[in-house]
Design a protein around this ligand. Sequence first.
Ligand code: SF4
Ligand code: MG
Length: 321
Amino acid sequence: IGLKKYYPIHKGFFNKVQGAVKAVDDISFSVNKGETFGLVGESGCGKSTTGRSLLRLIEPTAGEVWFEGQDITRLTLEEMRKRRREMQIVFQDPFSSLDPRNTVQRILEEPMIVHGVGDARQRRDTVERLADVVGLAKAHLQRYPHQFSGGQRQRIGIARALALQPKLIIADEPVSALDVSIQSQVINLMQDLQKEFGLTYIFIAHDLSVVKHICDRVAVMYLGRIVEITDKYELYAEPQHPYTQALLSAVPEPDPDIRKKRVILQGEVPSPANAPVGCAFNTRCPRVMDVCRNVRPPLLETGPGHLTACHLYDDADTRLA
Ligand code: SF4
Ligand code: MG
């Protein structure tokens, strides 16, 4: 990392899934070292595609991904494979991402074997330490994934992601499949691990209530685009994009002044194959204007560290007039 305390992850691409589906449609954001950056939006908005593209588990169609001063989209596959040690992913469903035929011992050892880390003995020690930090009993290492509860399996998934001492972990809805009581345990664990190992997280979620507890900054996505980026305090107190305001209405809020700024979401998300022209949210937005149906709103600074893509906050109206 050298002198930098900051690395930008910048991307601008169409990710063509089939035909002209813009699963992720020209987005840019940067993540600071040591922070938890949330990517939030309804299912199908492109957040998982974004997470996987950042690691090149899916190849982006265009754009750049900068990680510690290097555009990793330019790396060869072999270079990328090495680099991926530093960038791990935790999946939503720990069950399908853990090989059912392997013991936990083997699952946790696997990434180290693949990357040629340590000898058998060192790997065994590391596995025991990993089990310890995520709160799994050593005696459980000889068991198989199906012998664990969902929460324990997610602990195994997290331990596996930690095996190579990564700097960045992309967590794709890591607690969505878990009971609410278990969710907070896993989130607390992730926060402890972040402090202990200086991890940077990109935390993907479909609603804002989970993000509230863990993220420092949040990007809200809609139909493959980022509509707003802000820190979590502004996000809750001063949401600017009508879509963010709508998402927030699903989060319980005791303060009536804050509640008043919220919008109820109507209609369905249009298919990404057939995204509206102009602002992607124009079919559901209660404040839609003419310009919204023609011009895509750029993501502009609307406050300190606050970016919003909405014509309510730019002068497109007067520009067109
Ligand atoms: Fe609504 Fe227009 Fe803003 Fe889009 S640009 S969110 S349609 S006001
Ligand atoms: Mg997803």
